[in-house]
Each structure stands twice: as structure tokens, then as C-alpha cells.
Design a protein around this ligand. Structure first.
Ligand code: UDP
Ligand code: MG
Length: 312
């Protein structure tokens, strides 16, 4: 029997959840009756009434499973917990705010079963309703990261993916602590069909992503999948050595031939500032990788479960 697991990470989604559930159910009813479903809500330490909303839904629907974290661990951890606990032979991940349209599920299922793809990814083709500055930096990020990695990260890709068991197991076998799901999904490969859709605004509640959080997330993506920044800082270091060597030559020759010892306090200060700035910057880059390594070797669990209705 075929079973589709739908993982829904939730953080402060009390207002969106009932609307989401209703819309999802509507779409699931269109599937043939021999396919069963498992809706797996992962409550990521919500501070509002989300858990009670989920528990009320559980009472009416035995397809619903939930996991509730001991605190907020972030969407990446929620996704991981969902993947670990999903039992379906197909798994999909969906936001609770209806920005990932459940109406696409049918096409996704068809692509995997009939068109023989291993997985389906979704991407937004526009960023309507998003602040211009945010779109600008998002574009820049994808340009950068695609220059730095050996596989393609698709611009506008969402976490909304539909995967065969094989792909799920591949992603689960990547045990890293610093998880960047979009990257992991691209990294494992397989035959992926990309479905495009126009950006939808969130149905209720507010976004959990501030500009600062997104910037940190972008840096996470780069350091998790590329060591190019380390190479760049080495290259800049080398370049500056060369420049200084040339400058030394010029000064020696100038002094010997033209007997013109330069008094150069301002230029000296500028150079010191610039070079020490670059040194600090490079040190910072090394520090980033070191800190990631530090977190990685501790092997801390990605989440703690406080409450669940899944029996092991
Ligand atoms: N989310 C989560 N933990 C967090 C932040 C967000 O589980 O710490 C969930 C959130 O409930 C939603 C999804 O991740 O289902 C996407 O979040 P959001 O809509 O705020 O992000 P955006 O769509 O604005 O990028
Ligand atoms: Mg959203």
C-alpha cells in the first residue's frame, strides 16, 4: 500500500493551522482511496497555542501525528525530526502558512510514480510581495553560492519537496549538525523534476525570518557547502604579499637613483588599516569554519521531543 507522509514544521502558527489543514484535506480527498496519508506536525517550541490547535485536530483525524519539541530548534531541525519519524514511502515537506500550495501535490505524486522521477522540487518564479532589498540579496546569494559549489542550487527553490523513500534515506544519512536543507537536497542528486509557481503570500500570522536571520542563514549555506571563502582569503593574502614586494622594490630604486626618501605617514596609516582589516576579515572567515567544526564535533542531538503521539 502507498503512503504519503506530509511533514509540517510549525512555529507560532495558531492562526494559520486550521486554514492550512482545511485546504490540505480538500486536496488529499482528490487522491485515489488506496493511497493513505500521514500528516506529521512538528511543533518547533511555539510560544502560542499551536500545540493545542494540533491536539484538537488529532482528536478528529487519526491520520495526524505530531511531535512537539522542548523548545524552538529552528525549521531545519523540525524538518529533520519529520524525516526521521515519517513512515510513508513518499515524503513531502510543507510550510504551515499555505505558501506551499497543496494543490501541487497531485502533480508531484504523478511525477514520481508515472514519470519516474526520484523527487520533485518547487521553485518560486517571482518574489512578489517580498521587500525589494530582500529579493536583491537573495539573487546575489544564489549567484555567489553557485560559483562556489560543485552542484547547482536552484534560485527560488523552496523546502517544499516531494521525495521517494530512497531520497529521504539519502538525506537522513547526512548527519551534519549545521543543516541547510535546500543544499542537502541538491547535494544528494537523483532525478529531480522542478515545478514552478508564482509566489503566494502567507495566509495568516507573520514570517519568522528577519533580515538578520536570513543573512545568517545565507552564510550558513555558504560555509556548509563550500570552502571557497578560505581559498579567497589565502589568495588575497598572496596578492598583498606581491604588492608589498613590488612596493619595496619601487621604494629602494627610487631612493638609490633619485635620492628621494619619502615622508609617508598618511599613506603608511592607510596601508596599515587596510592590511589589518583584511587580516581580521580572513581570520573571521577561518573562525566561521572553526565554529562550525566545533559545533559539528560535539554531536549534539538536533532536537529534544517533549510530547508526541507517535509510538515507537
Ligand atoms: N518554522 C519553524 N521553526 C522556526 C521558524 C519557522 O518550524 O524557527 C516554520 C514555520 O512555522 C513555517 C515554515 O517554517 O511553517 C516557514 O516559515 P515562514 O513562513 O516564517 O518563512 P517564510 O515563508 O517567510 O520564508
Ligand atoms: Mg512562509
Amino acid at each position: 500500500m502507498e503512503k504519503i507522509s506530509i511533514i509540517v514544521p510549525c512555529y507560532n502558527e495558531e492562526s494559520a493551522l486550521p486554514l492550512f489543514y482545511e485546504e490540505l484535506k480538500k486536496n488529499l480527498n482528490d487522491f485515489p482511496s488506496e493511497i493513505s496519508f500521514e500528516i506529521l506536525f512538528v511543533n518547533d517550541g511555539s510560544k502560542d497555542n499551536t500545540l493545542n490547535v494540533i491536539k484538537d485536530l488529532v482528536k478528529t483525524d487519526n491520520e495526524i501525528k505530531y511531535i512537539s519539541f522542548s523548545r524552538n530548534f529552528g525549521k531545519e531541525s523540525a524538518i529533520y525530526a519529520g524525516l526521521e519519524n515519517a513512515t510513508g514511502n513518499y515524503v513531502t515537506i510543507m510550510d504551515a502558512d499555505l505558501q506551499d500550495p497543496p494543490s501541487l501535490l497531485k502533480d508531484m505524486y504523478k511525477a514520481v510514480t508515472e514519470e519516474k522521477y526520484d523527487a520533485v522540487g518547487t521553485r518560486r518564479v517571482n518574489r512578489k510581495g517580498e521587500p525589494i532589498i530582500r529579493s536583491f540579496f537573495a539573487k546575489l546569494f544564489y549567484k555567489l553560492i553557485n560559483k562556489m559549489t560543485s552542484f547547482e542550487m536552484v534560485d527560488g527553490a523552496r523546502d517544499y519537496v516531494f521525495m521517494k523513500r530512497q531520497v529521504v534515506d539519502a538525506i537522513l544519512s547526512l548527519k551534519e549538525y549545521n543543516r541547510y536543507s535546500k543544499g542537502l537536497f541538491s547535494f544528494v542528486g537523483f532525478d529531480v523534476k522542478w515545478i514552478e509557481y508564482k509566489n503566494v503570500q502567507r495566509i495568516a500570522g507573520t514570517t519568522k525570518w528577519s533580515f538578520w536571520k536570513l543573512t545568517k542563514y545565507a552564510l550558513e549555506g555558504i560555509t556548509a557547502f563550500s570552502t571557497a571563502p578560505l581559498l579567497i582569503s589565502s589568495a588575497v593574502g598572496l596578492l598583498f604579499c606581491l604588492i608589498s614586494f613590488l612596493m619595496i622594490l619601487v621604494i629602494i630604486i627610487k631612493t638609490l637613483i633619485f635620492e628621494d626618501p619619502t615622508s609617508g605617514w598618511p599613506s603608511l596609516v592607510c596601508i596599515i588599516f587596510m592590511v589589518s582589516g583584511i587580516q581580521m576579515f580572513s581570520l573571521g572567515i577561518i573562525g566561521q569554519y572553526l565554529s562550525k567544526t566545533y559545533l559539528e564535533i560535539k554531536k549534539r542531538p538536533l532536537y529534544f521531543i517533549k510530547d508526541t503521539n507517535i509510538e515507537k
